[in-house]
Design a protein around this ligand. Structure first.
Ligand code: HEM
Length: 570
């Protein structure tokens, strides 16, 4: 069909044909040797014989070339589709270019929910293969094997592999979540001490300040008597928390939905068709599109501007705010990041030393990770907890009774130690993250050839590994009545019955969430502040089983938000 279009070529297009050859000689001599001009497409199609007519012959060559180009493209989009077949791995049948992710690329289903659908087809397998575009994916189902991959054999699976190109990485994606190899290792080593209990406690007054503001906002909502989207409410609380603890600035997203910072948060997680298209191009043609940035430029410039402004205000020295900028400035004072390489070795087998400068862009990327890894996760988990409590009034009452009791010991003031004592609140939060984990799957990339223990299946460097967290959390093999909200599953007596490497809302192994305790404490503080003064109830528009947003790509989100009534407690 596309070759036919060339038949009606204008003179300028015809110039290009000159180099394709003609029928006079069946060689590649210029077209001017041919006597008959191109008339119209219909004439050309209907006028045989083919080789008595100069131009069709030339077009035949074009067509062959086109077909061979199409073949090459087709070959490129399907060349590895026998990968799992050859290894005898149970697998899904792929579609050219899309693999098994057609519904993900067309935003009909999120990767997490797509993972649940496929998981159910393999109830008795330890793993299965599939293709995300042209990317080979091995999904691990067996908890023992999950442990082997995430922990025991971490040296083969230290990468997350989210950057389609190994060396050309856009500045904001050089953050701890997206970074791989030596950059990841040096950042993780240096940043881990920033998340100790002492540092968390020092940061806590900033968190409490934001949590208390949730009460003011909820008060207005309660007085208005209308349903409030608690997903939006908790996103604003988390945005304020990230502003205060991450960027070192006070923003009022709770009051001002149009603040630039709130807009930045919304844009980062608004996965548009443009983003889906860019992602597909980068996945399928990583080299060709290596310089095409996944993040739109406004995200990079706004983050850089904010971080540089705050650092300049502090004269590039830590202040006494104890926020993330302070932690990074303190790290910078210690000089470059230096340490053993994770994958480069001397001939004697010892790792070589690597060194990376912690410049402004690299620091901004780490602040950005607060947004990238902390924002959506916390706001999704807290709002989903409120949703569950609204539909489970008895459990909500238990949570509130506990908050009242604990706070009465602490002069009715939220603080780190008080939150630590709210065990039932924590259980309700953990159960909500079981039903709807913020990250529905974990991801790793195979760094060197690896034979799966107990099998003769060997996978190559570059194969993507996924752990289907959402599906595991909902498997009746591991959780009785998995659809039910039962916080008691996480009570001190029963938590030990949960099989290891099945419940993983914060991931597992050396690449598990570095902000787990911060995320947990900040989430519980927001929930405690709200539920101390208010109750939540389903509104007419609330869905008991809300629908997962198909456009969410890494973290999960709810389509249409989570509308609830907020009512002042009697
Ligand atoms: C309720 C809140 C949170 C949840 C549910 C959550 C969940 C997760 C999960 C599932 C991962 C991937 C782990 C893996 O692949 O094994 C992760 C990684 C990460 N999270 Fe969180 N997170 C939360 C809050 C935070 C916060 C507040 C921060 C801020 C610092 C943060 C920073 C990170 C980083 C930097 C990583 C990448 C770690 C690495 O690759 O070394 N998270 N998180």
């Amino acid at each position: 069909m596309s070759a036919m279009i060339v038949f009606t070529a204008t003179s300028s297009k015809r110039q290009k044909l000159d180099f394709m050859g003609c029928c006079c000689s069946r060689t590649t001599r210029p077209l001017t040797h041919c006597s008959k001009p191109i008339a119209s497409s219909t004439a050309l199609v209907s006028d045989p014989p083919f080789d008595s007519y100069p131009v069709p012959c030339e077009l035949f060559v074009i067509r062959i070339k086109k077909i061979s180009t199409q073949n090459k493209i087709y070959w490129y989009g399907t060349k590895d589709y026998d990968y799992w077949e050859k290894r005898g791995v149970p697998h899904e049948k792929p579609l050219p270019f899309f693999g098994n992710a057609f519904r993900v690329f067309t935003q009909k289903v999120s990767p997490s929910q797509g993972g649940v659908e496929i998981y159910r087809k393999y109830p008795n397998e330890r793993f299965f293969g599939s293709f995300f575009g042209t990317m080979k994916v091995l999904t691990i189902l067996d908890p023992e094997l999950i442990k082997t991959i995430l922990v025991t054999d971490f040296v083969y699976f230290h990468k997350r592999g989210l950057n389609p190109h190994e060396t050309v990485i856009e500045p904001m994606l050089k953050n701890l979540f997206f970074a791989d190899g030596d950059l990841w290792r040096l950042l993780r080593q240096r940043m881990t001490p920033a998340f100790t209990t002492g540092k968390l406690k020092a940061m806590f007054p900033l968190i409490v300040e934001r949590a208390v503001k949730v009460q003011d906002f909820a008060d207005n909502a309660a007085k208005s008597g209308t349903a409030v989207d608690v997903r939006d409410l908790m996103a604003r609380y988390t945005t304020d928390f990230i502003g205060a603890c991450g960027f070192g600035i006070n923003i009022d997203s709770l009051e001002d939905d149009e603040s630039n910072f709130r807009k930045l948060g919304k844009r980062i997680f608004n996965f548009t068709y443009r983003d889906a298209f860019v992602l597909m191009l980068k996945e399928v043609f990583p080299n060709t599109f290596k310089n095409l940035n996944f993040l739109v430029s406004e995200i990079e410039t706004t983050t850089m501007h904010l971080v540089q402004t705050v650092m300049k205000q502090r004269n590039y020295k830590p202040s006494s705010r104890n926020d993330v900028i302070d932690l990074l400035l303190a790290l910078k004072e210690k000089g470059n990041l230096v340490g053993d390489s994770i994958d480069k070795f001397k001939p004697d087998g010892t790792p070589i030393q690597t060194e990376i400068e912690l410049d402004d862009a690299l620091m901004a990327a780490q602040v950005f990770v607060f947004f990238a890894a902390g924002f959506e996760t916390s706001s999704s988990a807290t709002s989903y907890t409120l949703h569950q409590l609204a539909f489970h009034p008895l459990e909500q009452k238990k949570v509130q009774d506990e908050i009242d009791e604990v706070l009465s010991i602490y002069n009715n003031k939220l603080c780190y130690d008080a939150i630590k004592e709210m065990k039932y609140l924590e259980m309700a939060f953990l159960e909500s993250m079981r039903l709807f984990p913020s990250l529905g799957y974990l991801i790793r990339k195979c760094a060197k050839r690896y034979t799966i223990p107990g099998t003769n299946v060997t996978i190559d460097k570059g194969v993507t590994i996924t752990i289907p967290v959402q599906a595991l959390h909902m498997d009746e093999k591991y959780f009785e009545d998995p659809e039910k909200f039962i916080p008691e599953r996480f009570s001190r007596d029963r938590i030990k019955d949960i099989k290891k490497y099945v419940y993983m809302p914060f991931g597992e192994g050396p690449r598990a969430c570095i902000g787990e305790r911060l995320g947990l404490m900040q989430s519980l503080a927001g929930l405690a502040a709200l539920l101390y003064k208010f109750s939540v109830e389903p509104a007419p528009s609330s869905l008991k089983h809300p629908v997962s947003d198909p456009t969410s790509i890494i973290t999960q989100n709810i389509k249409g938000g989570l509308p609830l009534y907020i009512k002042a407690r009697a």
